[in-house]
Design a protein around this ligand. Sequence first.
Ligand code: ARG
Length: 469
Amino acid sequence: QDKKLWGGRFAEATDGLVELFNASVSFDQRLAEQDIRGSLAHVAMLGRVGILTPDEVTQIQDGLNAVLADIRAGTFEWRLDREDVHMNVEAALRDRIGPVAGKLHTARSRNDQVAVDFRLFTKEAALDLAGKTRALRAVMVAEAEKHLSSDGAVSDASGPVILPGYTHLQVAQPILLAHWFMAYAAMLERDEGRFRDAAERMDESPLGAAALAGTPWPIDRQATAAALGFARPTANSLDGVGSRDFALEFLSACAILAAHLSRLSEELILYSTFEFGFLSLPDSHTTGSSIMPQKKNPDVSELARGKAGRVFGNLMGLLTVVKGTPLAYNKDLQEDKEGVFDSYDTLNVILRLYADMLPKSAWHADVTKAAAARGFSTATDLADFLARQGVPFREAHEVVGGLVGLASRSGRQLWDLTDAELRAAHPLLNAEVARRLTVEESVRSRQSYGGTAPERVREAVDAAKAALG
Ligand code: ARG
């Protein structure tokens, strides 16, 4: 155990349990690269403004690079008694180059360091997840395009793959499978945007806030901000070291993305059941049971659904940490990191898994089409037919509702009703009209902008492909 870097005023050694409780090195060593990048930018600036001599700058730079090489090689000794990543790096630098290492900490504080390191990390994480979200969106668009014809599906059906569209998980109206994929593509587009917006807003360097109040040293915060790839320095020193809304924003974007992926998971789990039979998930992305030989379980989707819980929890956890902290830095803020790491790692894997798994999943077009025809899914089309002949829509709704009741009581579909039954319900109806109530015709007719007609979905696919480049 060496003397603490902050040990000047202390007469007694730190209690062992306090040391353990206080330390963050077990997890913040993940910020080592960012920490050293920050120190290199800081020391170069100290040299440029004349606070350190060129020789001191060179010694410190060489030492920091050697420490970085040790860390990358895995030979660095992370020490709990050195508390966190910042003091581990600085103490290792002192071990290497002696007391001149102590000049590195001129005109900065650990509060700056952690705020800088963590912003650098979170910005990179946000941009990485933005890219992976975009990649999954490209997969959704490719799947949509594939299923605009039945060629990509397992069946002898022809034409675009038709899926039952649901509301309340009750059959509502037929839709294209491609339309369903494009709905997820739209959500992912906004998810990507949220990550990019967050990255842009957090693109400010707190380095040089110097604990909380700024510093009397003639530092150049613009220069260090630029050297670290930030757009600008933070404008207020208290805010720069005391705020974590950048992490909250990242965690919010993560939580919303996790919610979307969880909805997708829920649908895949349901649709791949024996009872639905809409699709088969690939063997490579499903698992078996140790006792039941027939089982093929959708573990990836179940975990993707389940892990939404921890991703939401990470957001709630940090909101709760931040809400009671007076300005500026408080040690509570050390709790900011693990949730961000966890949400990042969790989504990183799920995004990659789904990008691989979806193209390998086989949709059963004949099953989905048959399911899309059940449950009176074209009842709206029949009501629309009457309304087009001038019958007020509310009245048409009532008439068709009566026919649905009649058919369902006798275990029939609308097109099984007799000519006489249809004519009795309304003089404009007959067997010929009912026969035209196909799922293909229903889908084809939904030409409104954003609707499920094949032409509209084709346009949406083309627009998305152009946007994705
Ligand atoms: N390990 C600390 C954290 O993660 C670094 C900042 C410590 N600052 C301080 N004044 N104790 O927040």
